[in-house]
Design a protein around this ligand. Structure first.
Ligand code: GLU
Length: 488
């Protein structure tokens, strides 16, 4: 078998969508499964919509997912890496021109001088007759020399592909969808190069896939209908056809095409919401593929080992947010504490939480909170009461401190904490102190717990004190008690 070479070919017009991430990941898995090459090609010929900023964001997302490409633009410098570059279509215009020239010279493409108004007129005429519109160009069979003369005179022209006149059937075996047949008269002569000199997607795609020696084209289902035009171009240029596999669309839980309405759709949003790349990858791998073992939690190595296109389904995949959450929680809770902490750090930083650097403390705190976290972002509200920065007493907290009995409760609480020496209280010590405060201040129930709670976390509700208190240095407990006393 030829060395497998697959590519992911994003258009840098926005963020990397989960659908795109799945296409990228299937290509990556397929490449690694067959010890082949994974190529990143940037389809940026749409000058109005493509931006370098979007390209950089997409590269960042691919890197975040750990989908390292063997060839393509360098992630930082964007310089081509690999012997088939450049990998950005905007830098390959001369290559497309050369291939278009071959088609013009062999009479398989022609310069077309039809104006937009003329094409519009044809469309309307077809509509009036109730027929589907296909361009009928009077330029189709004019000699090339004649067209070149007009161009020299300053007329602008598109380069159109000459769709074979005889009706034939184009058949290919899609690796996901099985045999596909297109009648050739499904399309009329189509544009390869716009009058601006900019080549169109179908043409660039074929030229690049052929010259980059791509063996398998795995891409979204929406490109299935382009495949007919592309096969025609392959044949006209005398290029060998790759194999094609079209991946099903992804639906939201309401079975509508996944969109913003369903929540996050881009990798970047999932990252910001605190999803782990390994969980997201595992999840998207299962959007249309399943492990022969029936297992759901799969390491990347396992997926590489097991990935095959005959287990990729042609039916639409449904994006189940709850399942993603579950999967994320499973991955998150299995992380070693130090790794988990490193991933949480940027979330804490964004929210300006100041937490102890001591690894023992971090492990203890994670031990307490990990089971309440499904995403990294979930840690922020859980850890906020433990932050040394930004402690403030809420209005509800102030109301509690204004009760008649609150002052003596907080005073007794502070004195008892001070009496124990430096460090942290254990859960048992806390319970003992709480009982002692009850005795001394002669209050119980709400009147006892609430003022202590406000003196500890600034508000009357939240996680259990016996969990929180042992995670706060006594020095902090005392400082906070002093702040509370000022409001009693
Ligand atoms: N640039 C196309 C897209 O982003 C990919 C086309 C292809 O893979 O052939 O949808």
């Amino acid at each position: 078998m030829k060395k497998v070479r697959v590519r992911f070919a994003p258009s840098p017009t926005g963020y990397l969508h989960v659908g795109g991430a799945r296409t990228a990941f299937y290509n990556y898995l397929f490449a690694h499964r067959h010890e082949g090459q994974f190529i990143l090609r940037v389809e940026d010929t749409d000058e109005e919509r493509s931006t370098e900023e979007a390209l950089r964001l997409q590269l960042k997302d691919l890197q975040w997912l750990g989908l390292k490409w063997d060839e393509g633009p360098h992630p930082e410098t964007l310089e081509p890496m690999g012997e088939f570059g450049p990998y950005r279509q905007s830098q390959r215009k001369h290559i497309y021109q050369r291939q278009a020239q071959r088609l013009l010279e062999s009479g398989q493409a022609y310069y077309c001088f039809l104006t937009d108004a003329e094409i519009e007129g044809q469309k309307e005429a077809a509509k009036a007759l109730g027929r589907p519109h296909q361009v009928q160009s009077p330029w189709r069979d004019r000699p090339l020399a004649e067209a070149l003369k007009l161009i020299e005179e300053g007329r602008s022209a598109t380069v159109r592909f000459k769709v074979p006149e005889q009706r034939t059937e184009f058949k290919f075996k899609d690796l996901v969808r099985g045999e596909i047949t297109f009648p050739s008269d499904m399309v009329g002569d189509f544009v390869l190069i716009r009058s601006s000199g900019m080549p169109v997607y179908n043409f660039c795609c074929v030229v690049d896939d052929a010259l980059m020696e791509i063996t398998h084209v795995l891409r979204a289902e929406e490109h299935l209908s382009n495949t007919l035009r592309q096969i025609m171009i392959y044949q006209a240029l005398g290029f060998e056809l790759p194999e094609f596999g079209h991946l099903s669309i992804i639906l939201g839980e309401d079975r509508q095409k996944m969109s913003k309405r369903h929540g996050a759709t881009s990798c970047n949003e999932f990252r910001e919401q605190g999803y782990l790349p390994e969980a997201l990858k595992n999840f998207i791998a299962l959007l249309g593929w399943s492990s022969p073992s029936g297992q759901e939690i799969l390491s990347q190595d396992q997926m590489i080992e097991e990935f095959s296109l005959d287990r990729v389904h042609s039916a639409p995949a449904v994006f189940d947010q709850q399942k993603l959450k579950w999967m994320n929680a499973t991955y998150l809770r299995a992380l070693p504490d130090e790794d988990l902490w490193a991933r949480l750090a940027p979330f804490f930083q964004t929210e300006a939480l100041a937490l102890p650097e001591d690894k023992g403390w971090q492990s203890r705190a994670l031990g307490v909170f990990k089971t309440s976290m499904e995403t990294l972002a979930d840690a922020v509200p859980l850890f906020r009461p433990l932050s040394q920065a930004g402690f403030a007493i809420s209005d509800e907290g102030k109301d509690v401190l204004a009760w008649d009995t609150s002052r003596s409760v907080v005073e007794e609480w502070k004195a008892a904490v001070e009496a124990t020496g430096p460090g942290f209280l254990s859960e048992e010590e806390f319970v003992r102190i709480q009982d002692a405060v009850k005795e001394k201040a002669q209050v119980k129930g709400k009147q006892l717990f609430m003022p202590i709670r406000v003196a500890v976390i600034g508000q009357p509700s939240g996680a259990e004190l016996k969990v929180l208190v042992p995670l706060l240095d006594k020095q902090i407990l005392i400082t906070r008690a002093n702040q509370a006393l000022q409001l009693c």
